[in-house]
Every structure is written in structure tokens, then in C-alpha cells.
Write a protein that binds this ligand. Structure first.
Ligand code: 1CP
Length: 343
């Protein structure tokens, strides 16, 4: 079958097997990535198309994955807005946004000028991926980006970021709108450059109550998707730890919804209805289990996703892969999913 199993599943069409890819599949658990990274900083990697393309392709060469994901970061496009970005393990912002004036100063850049290296990476990956393995482009969702821009770095609670929503509600809303417009243009440019599916990572949206999701985060996601809806590429939304938000997520109408490992797939399906594809949701920690137990966990996810709609599931982890994971366990998982779901 030359048609991609991944794209078929995104569209709800029956595929030759359940497709599988892994969040953070390009990264530090791979020895070949660590070797290439030696002596080079992360930002240089994301800004150098040859290196970023190579890292994108590393997991594709090693495993029988059904999709590649662009090697970049959710923070890459915010520099063009006027944000001073550094990486010290994770993203660090030198000038965190704490008032209305800093929001007003942010630009909505043209991605062709602000991130030409990302678009070049996409073109270069597509030139190499001539078979049926599609390339996923991505961006951070507005609320998750707001968390880093206001807080200045990653935390477990993003207290300063959440305080900003209440202390500066108008500035917070304007920031969300500017982020939505920047990410919409960024994703549109990625599709134009050759990305075949577009994913929004909302890693911190689970911090929000349903009411703030409704009034602040969901409208910004809708603003991004509305701009992309007419493109010939499926849209994926990953509301990490958003089990309590799924009824509202359904109304955003993405083609694919990523489910973290805390929400059982049958519960997600009940809340989301039959018309979207579910992506997930093996606990990344399960890759540390002995083979027999890992095998059971894989079967459990496939069973949860199964029933009458095999075309409506993409196998993935419930969040990014842990950097201490043994690549051999990944190979075992990918092959097991393919063997057990071949149709
Ligand atoms: O040292 C290194 O090699 C840097 C580690 C690293 C890597 C490999 C970072 C820093 N980012 C990335 C790549 C990356 N980030 C990808 C590449 C493609 C792939 O999936 O293989 C993607 C999709 C991201 C997305 C990303 N970055 C998210 C959303 C997904 C998620 O995991 O929730 C988030 C929240 C970030 C921020 C970020 N960048 C890097 C780190 C360590 C973090 C998390 C910081 C924190 O703890 O808050």
C-alpha cells in the first residue's frame, strides 16, 4: 500500500495497520542524537537545516515508524515576536512578559523572514522521505506558549503565568491573540513548505479549569485552526492532562486528538464522539517494563482503542518519551503494534 497509514488514520480511513509514532521521537534517548549534539547547543541545531533534518530522520532510519516529526521546538517561532530565548536544558526567557506594554510590543512576524531555517528543514526532510512516511509539522498552542513567555521558564505550576491571567486579563487576551496569529501563520508556512499534518502541543492546558479553557485557551486554539481548516492537511490537537476539557475540545473539531495516559481511551471516545481519530496513549514509563509486561500494556492500549473503528486510532505514547528509554524497547513496541494490527 503506497498511501500512508498515518494519513489514512488521520482522515478516518481504514489503514493497512494501526500507525505508530512517538512524541519526542527525535531526541536524547537516541545515542546517534547525543553523539551529533556533542559540543553543539540546541538552538544551533534547530537553526541549521542540515542538522535539524538529520535529527528528524534518525528515528525513521532506526525504527519502522509511520510518521516523522520536524525537529524543532515549540519556542522556535517566538524569537521573531521579539522574545529573547535561550535554552538551559529547557527554554529560558530573558525578558518575561509581565505587563500590557510588553504584550503591545510583540510583533506578529512573517515566518519566511523569522524562521526560514525551519521551512528549509521541512523541504530538505521531504526530499529525503520519498516513500510513504509523512512529515508532521507542529507549533505550541497559545496557552502553553503564554506559560513560558510570562513565567520565563518551565515549572510544575506556572503560578506567575496563571496569576497574569487574573491580574492582567486584557493583556493576557491580547497575548493569546498575538500568539494564535503567529502560530497560524507559522503552521500555514510549514504546510506550504511540505509538512503533511500539523500538530498543536498544549502541554500545560491541563492547569486550567474548564471555565478558563472556555474563555481564554479554546478560543485561541479555534483561531489557529480556523486559519488552517482549508489546507489539505489533517490537524492534530494534544491537550496534555486535559481529560476534564475533552467535551469542549470536541467542539474545536480537530481531525486527531492526542490523549495522555491518564485518560483511558474508551472514556476519551465517549466524550469526543465517533468522528475524530484518537492518538495515544501508552504511559512512557511502560517502556521500562520487561517485555512480557510491556507487551500486555501495548495490547491494553490497542484493546481500548479497538472496537468497531480500527481506522480511528494512531498509536503513540501518552506524552514524550523519557530520555533514559532503551531504544530496543521502542523497536519492540513499534513492531508489536504493526504485527498485532496488520489487516
Ligand atoms: O538537550 C536537548 O537535546 C534539548 C532537549 C529538547 C529537545 C530534543 C528540547 C528542549 N526540545 C526538543 C525538541 C522538541 N521539542 C521536539 C522535537 C520533535 C520530536 O518530538 O521528536 C518537539 C515536538 C518539542 C516540543 C516541546 N518543547 C514541547 C511540547 C511537547 C511536550 O513535551 O509537552 C514543550 C513543552 C517544549 C519545551 C521544552 N523544550 C525543551 C525542553 C526540555 C522543554 C520542556 C521544558 C519544561 O520542562 O517545561
Amino acid at each position: 500500500m503506497s498511501e500512508s497509514a498515518f494519513l489514512a488514520a488521520c482522515r478516518g480511513q481504514e489503514a493497512s495497520h494501526t500507525p505508530v509514532w512517538i512524541m519526542r521521537q527525535a531526541g536524547r534517548y537516541l545515542p546517534e542524537y547525543r553523539k551529533l549534539r556533542e559540543g553543539n547547543d540546541f538552538l544551533t541545531f534547530t537553526r541549521t537545516p542540515d542538522l535539524a533534518a538529520e535529527v528528524t530522520l534518525q528515528p525513521i532510519r532506526r525504527f519502522e515508524l509511520d510518521a516523522a516529526i520536524l525537529f524543532s521546538d515549540i519556542m522556535t517561532p517566538v524569537e521573531g515576536m521579539g522574545v529573547e530565548l535561550e535554552f538551559e536544558g529547557g527554554p529560558v526567557i530573558r525578558n518575561p512578559i509581565r505587563d500590557a506594554e510588553s504584550v503591545a510590543r510583540l510583533r506578529i512576524p512573517d515566518p519566511r523572514e523569522s524562521v526560514p531555517f525551519v521551512l528549509e528543514t521541512i523541504r530538505s526532510v521531504r526530499a529525503e522521505l520519498t516513500g510513504s512516511i509523512p512529515l508532521i509539522g507542529f507549533a505550541g498552542a497559545p496557552f502553553t506558549l503564554l506559560c513560558y513567555l510570562v513565567e520565563g521558564h518551565g515549572t510544575r505550576t506556572f503560578s506567575a503565568a496563571r496569576a497574569f491571567l487574573y491580574s492582567e486579563p486584557d493583556a493576557a487576551r491580547l497575548l493569546m491573540t498575538k500568539l494564535a496569529d503567529t502560530m497560524a501563520a507559522y503552521l500555514e508556512a510549514q504546510a506550504e513548505a511540505g509538512a503533511q499534518a500539523l500538530m498543536l502541543f498544549d502541554s500545560w492546558v491541563g492547569l486550567l479549569a474548564e471555565s478558563e479553557f472556555e474563555t481564554l485557551a479554546a478560543p485561541a486554539v479555534a483561531r489557529v485552526f480556523d486559519r488552517l481548516r482549508d489546507l489539505p492537511v489533517p490537524l492534530i490537537y494534544f491537550p496534555h492532562q486535559g481529560g476534564h476539557l475533552l467535551e469542549r475540545v470536541k467542539t474545536l473539531d480537530p481531525d486527531v486528538i492526542g490523549i495522555d495516559w491518564r485518560t483511558p481511551l474508551p472514556e476519551a471516545r465517549r466524550k469526543l464522539g465517533p468522528d475524530c481519530t484518537l492518538q495515544g496513549n501508552l504511559d512512557p514509563a511502560a517502556l521500562f517494563a520487561p517485555r512480557a509486561q510491556l507487551s500486555e500494556r501495548i495490547d491494553a492500549v490497542l484493546g481500548d482503542a479497538g472496537g468497531k473503528r480500527p481506522g480511528r486510532h494512531i498509536f503513540n505514547l501518552g506524552h514524550g518519551i523519557d530520555k533514559a528509554t532503551d531504544p530496543d524497547s521502542v523497536a519492540f513496541m513499534v513492531d508489536a503494534v504493526h504485527e498485532r494490527t496488520a489487516r
